[in-house]
Write a protein that binds this ligand. Sequence first.
Ligand SMILES: O=C(O)CCC(=O)C(=O)O
Length: 332
Amino acid sequence: MDMERVQAIASLAGNLGTIPAEFIRPEHERPGTTTHHGPAPEIPVVDMTSRDRVKAIADAAEEWGIFQVVNHGIPAGAIEELKRVGAKFFALPQEEKEAYAAAPESGSLEGYGTKLQRESEGKKAWADYLFHNVWPDSSINYKFWPNNPPEYRKANEEYARRLRGVVDETLGSLSLGLGLERHVLKEAVGGERLEFLLKINYYPPCPRPDLALGVVAHTDMSAITVLVPNDVPGLQVFKDGRWLDVEYVPNALVVHVGDQVEIVSNGMYKSVLHRTVVSKDRVRMSWPVFCSPPGEEVVGPLPQLVGDESPARFKAKKYKDYSYCKINKLPQ
Ligand SMILES: O=C(O)CCC(=O)C(=O)O
């Protein structure tokens, strides 16, 4: 059984100055040759207290499918604590972390080291993960929440509670930006039953960051994803045919438009194609929260946005069927 974690592989690779062949991406994916260098537009940064935030968010979602938000109302201390306890978990001895791994045959998305998507061309990503739901209470299985450090639960509950406000504000702005009432878009992706799945990405230092990827290029199947990064850059966005680096902005949250918002907006907003690169000598970590409809929710283009001039560009289907096809790389 392949249970070897990248964290363990990285500590050996560091001494050798090389990486195992299964982590070497094909030429067309290698960050060393495919990252854009030189002047490029920055992804938008939106001040959530500004008067023009609705337009700024809608424009960013239309043009980029990604933006950073500042003055979002989550205290810096709550974000620091989320990061601190996550980093402490990944610093635990390997056996302790393995206690949170879901059995491969369980099919659970939650747990340590879970792999969400099959990799193209048999290649592996330079990252370990921990996944667990953080909202609503009924979706939480505490067996996947680390007991160590002891403050882990409090920090994650606090962050999830505060994150709800940011998600509501963002979805509300996206709805208004489509000319709809504030509540419409959120309701179309599950309303109060929206589920928050936290992932912690742990990207160990990599002796050949030019050849490896932390997370392979993908769009998120969520409605939106809200991500906290540590201060090691690595997120890249595909825009106008180029892979662009996302700048680290202290205390900002990175918001990705996911597939479900692209679908309900009938393609007005773009689900962003993104990937991550890794660092030669520093650990990169990130805390995305995927905000997704419940499995039974049928998601399709909003009828208000469909007409003779703008026919439906997506099928309406249950989110659980959408995610099954996405994970298994089947046509939608
Ligand atoms: O680490 C990041 O910045 C992005 C992570 C990501 O895209 C993912 O985990 O799906």
